[in-house]
Write a protein that binds this ligand. Structure first.
Ligand code: IFM
Length: 462
């Protein structure tokens, strides 16, 4: 009955475009928060600065992965770019670590590549894992703590062939990969991230077709979401089982990509409804499942899920937040493209057209804290595509000012990881999106610091 009333109201609002404030919306209003202060004070000594990367985007030669196959398909990657060379990170390891030292960071977040470590089912490559152990040892020697991500967007081809995130064996397969890697790496690493941005994979791979497997069906998202939560839960428990001891306690989290969603037309009940629903499905459905074991949402006629996953209860030792931007959402019930998103008119944008909206990170930090009050938070990614480097220093400064305000209000934020160290392979955008603090000299791939790298370093050292 409730849903009939709701749908009728939505339909009426669609006809008359009336304002409506009846929902208890968790997304933010378009009223701007207080202006962001122009200078960051010194951060507490315990606060950690960091940069983040991902294996496929920096290493090159990831030829046993689903992404490598995807890149070979015509039209999938801008300008026909491929990740074959990427930033050639293994041949620039010492240079990159020296640059991290110069920046002054005390933590480096990177991923280890499942497709390289287990290129065939059950065949684990010790030498590949050893390379990561060498990296970890070099980081420790440089006074930089490693934070390791186990899965960052790329699957081994053998997993993809079985159905990837729709294969019901994937949680167990991921658990086995976790077991192999964690036993070898062992107590060298305390901070672990199981999965990076499940909802980006869902959106890009199952709705907007820009990531493998290239589907466009909101109705298909339930299975991969469920299997990702299960895979995370198994991996979480495995890490603790292997590493927990009297003297060592690993911390395991997941890096969530959270965005601010607002109605495109603030006078449209439909748009309010869409923003409210998308905010829950994209931002909170998975974190809630990792708290209470229930993965549940419903958006009539578009998507619905109700799964009990008890093994996922309380499986986040920290909340990893990747924050980039805000989207204005609109619902068109009778159109083929039912949900659309847009950028606020007149908003400042970065090179990919994403709105620069630092206030949004503050709103999201507040909401994480409100929903999960005792949860520690790591800002595991925040960055900007800005080839000219005109906006990056200010972007960093503004997001750090927001972070500082949140810290002062009592939100337990452990640290801030900037995305990313060097310009790299930005998925469907190829090498056309420049997120790096360092650009790459085209022929030699020598790393060249942008002015914003110096600005970031100055903040870290103040
Ligand atoms: O490059 C990506 C990264 O792999 C995941 N988070 C967002 C970044 C910028 O798009």
């Amino acid at each position: 009955m409730k849903s009939v009333v709701l749908m009728t109201m939505i339909f009426l609002s669609f006809l008359v475009n009336l304002p409506f404030s009846g929902f208890n919306c968790t997304y933010t209003s378009s009223a701007r928060a207080e202006p962001i202060q122009q200078k960051t004070d010194a951060f507490p000594k315990s606060f950690r600065f960091c940069v983040s990367t991902a294996a496929h985007q920096i290493e090159g030669n990831n030829i046993h992965s689903d992404w490598w196959e995807w890149e070979q398909l015509p039209g999938k990657i801008k300008n026909g770019h491929t990740s074959l060379v990427a930033t050639d990170s293994w041949n620039h390891l010492d240079e990159d670590i020296a640059n991290m030292k110069w920046l002054g960071i005390s933590l480096y977040r990177f991923s280890i590549e499942w497709a390289k470590i287990e290129p065939e089912e059950g065949v684990f490559e010790e030498t590949v894992l050893q390379q990561y152990i060498t990296l970890i040892d070099k980081l420790h020697a440089a006074g930089i703590e490693p934070m390791v991500t186990l899965y960052h967007f790329t699957l081994p081809t053998w997993v993809a062939k079985k159905g990837g995130w729709e294969w019901d064996g994937i949680p167990r397969a991921f658990e086995k990969f976790t077991e192999f890697a964690v036993k070898k790496i062992n107590t060298r690493v305390k901070l672990w991230i199981t999965l990076n941005e499940p909802m980006s994979i869902i959106t890009a791979g199952y709705i907007s077709t820009i990531f493998p497997p290239g589907k466009n069906d909101m109705n298909s998202i339930g299975v991969p979401m469920t299997l990702m939560v299960k895979a995370h839960a198994l991996s979480y428990h495995k890490i603790h089982k292997i590493l927990d001891s009297e003297t060592f306690k690993p911390e395991v989290g997941l890096a969530h990509h959270l965005r601010v969603f607002e109605p495109e037309n603030r006078f449209s009940l439909l748009d309010h409804y869409a923003a409210h629903k998308i905010d829950y499905i994209f931002n909170w459905a998975i974190p809630d499942a990792l708290k209470n074991g229930t993965l549940k949402f419903s958006m009539p006629f578009i998507a619905k899920l109700d799964e009990e996953i008890p093994e996922a209860i309380n499986t986040q030792d920290f909340f990893g937040l990747n924050y980039y931007s805000r989207d204005l959402v609109s619902l068109h019930p009778f159109a083929k493209e039912k949900l659309t998103r847009a950028v606020a008119p007149g908003a400042e944008v970065q090179d990919l057209g994403w709105e620069i909206y630092p206030e949004g990170m503050g709103e999201i930090l507040d909401e994480i804290h409100e929903r999960y009050p005792s949860q520690k938070i790591w800002i595991t990614e925040n960055g900007i595509a800005d080839q000219s480097d005109e906006k990056r220093a200010n972007f960093i400064q503004q997001h750090l000012a927001v972070t500082q305000k949140a810290l002062k209000s009592g939100i337990p934020i452990e640290g801030y990881c900037h995305w990313t160290l060097n310009d790299n392979f930005e998925w469907a955008e190829g090498y056309t999106a420049h997120f790096g603090l360092f650009s790459l000299e085209p022929k030699t791939l020598k790393r060249i610091p942008r002015a914003s790298a110096k600005a970031f370093s100055d903040i870290i050292h103040q």
